[in-house]
Design a protein around this ligand. Structure first.
Ligand SMILES: C[S@@+](CC[C@H](N)C(=O)[O-])C[C@H]1O[C@@H](n2cnc3c(N)ncnc32)[C@H](O)[C@@H]1O
Length: 321
């Protein structure tokens, strides 16, 4: 479409965007067109619908058309706008991190619920501040889980690991954006490996060396897609999100097999493990929660009825480190 010959009103531009993305079979095409138009105009949704006649500058329309073409070819909207909302907070998103998903908010709900129940059982005030709590998020990606928990629990000390240094850099920028850099330590590690030996200055880590802490809660949304399912993934995911964030192995649930015993080594007695699950991971993962290490196992379904979060309490601390 020629920019010069087009009616450049907001209404026409939105209509054009919706039509172009619908024709390209883009999921949630209306929302995607809206978000891209909001992004290029630096406006909010109220403005969009209250200024339908406003004529947009040619340069803005050109930028919008370029974004629409990229979105139609499969680039995720969040890679074009550079952001995604999670738990009401805005996170920077780049191709180095998984785009935070709404279903991961269930993990936050379960974590806050179970920590509250623990406080009540211990005879303490149920209003959680996180005072004296040490939390760990494994595979932090954009940092959405670690940062949300740190926001919700202003007294807590938070650690977050990832194997991907580029992802950790995005997570750190997100922590800075939410003014939490002083409360979250980002560590490059394969799961919790770095915490299983004294930290050294030579470690490719973003924290000071010192004694490894024991945790009150370990959360993780690990990669859990089976490599066999690669072809069935939407192009946005398959071609644009990091493989290390998606694939857990041929079965998909392989990483849980290492993560769960490592978590048992690093949780305090009564510490909580909260894990996101793939749509079909429950039978395998449930089986890995050995009842001699874990109790009070709970499964939480998402809005689609899929078992999405498994949580459990560590029976007895091994406190080796
Ligand atoms: C599914 S993404 C989750 C990202 C983020 N926590 C979220 O919920 O949006 C999984 C993350 O785990 C990281 N990862 C993959 N294998 C890992 C490993 N062995 N140890 C630590 N992190 C790992 C990936 O780099 C990626 O950032």
């Amino acid at each position: 479409m020629s920019v010069v010959s087009t009616d450049r009103s907001v209404r026409t531009m939105l209509k054009h965007g919706i039509e172009q993305l619908r024709a390209a079979n883009v999921p949630s095409y209306t929302l995607a067109a809206e978000l891209l138009l909001l992004h290029v105009t630096s406006q909010n949704r109220t403005w969009l619908y209250s200024h339908p006649e406003e004529i947009l500058p040619e340069s803005v329309v050109e930028a919008y058309f370029a974004f629409l073409a990229q979105r139609a070819s499969g680039v995720p909207t969040q890679h074009l706008t550079g952001k995604q909302e999670f738990w009401g907070l805005e996170f920077e998103v780049t191709p180095d991190v998984l785009i935070p998903r709404p279903e991961t908010e269930h993990l936050i709900e379960v974590a806050l619920d179970r920590l509250t129940v623990r406080e009540i059982r211990a005879g303490r005030h149920p209003r959680l501040t996180g005072e004296n709590l040490t939390l760990m998020d494994i595979g932090t990606g954009s940092g959405c889980i670690a940062i949300t928990l740190a926001k919700e629990l202003p007294g807590a000390t938070v650690y977050a690991t990832d194997v991907s240094l580029p992802a950790l850099k995005v997570a750190r920028r997100n922590a800075a954006r939410h003014e939490l850099l002083d409360r979250i330590q980002f560590v490059q590690s394969n799961l919790l490996e770095v915490f299983s030996r004294p930290l050294q200055v030579t470690d490719q880590v973003l924290r000071q060396p010192g004694a490894a802490p024991m945790f009150d809660l370990i959360s993780s949304n690990p990669p859990y897609v089976s490599t066999r399912d690669t072809d069935s993934l939407p192009v946005e995911v398959r071609e644009h999100e990091p493989r290390v964030a998606l694939f857990g192995g041929e079965e998909g649930y392989e990483l849980y097999g290492d993560l769960i015993p490592q978590a048992a080594e690093h949780l305090k007695t009564g510490g909580l493990l909260i894990l996101e699950l793939g749509y079909n991971s429950l039978p395998a993962v449930e089986h890995l929660l050995d009842r001699s290490d874990w109790h009070n196992v709970r499964i939480t379904k998402d809005l689609a009825g899929i078992p999405r979060v498994i949580s459990a309490e560590c029976r007895s601390s091994r406190a080796r480190w």
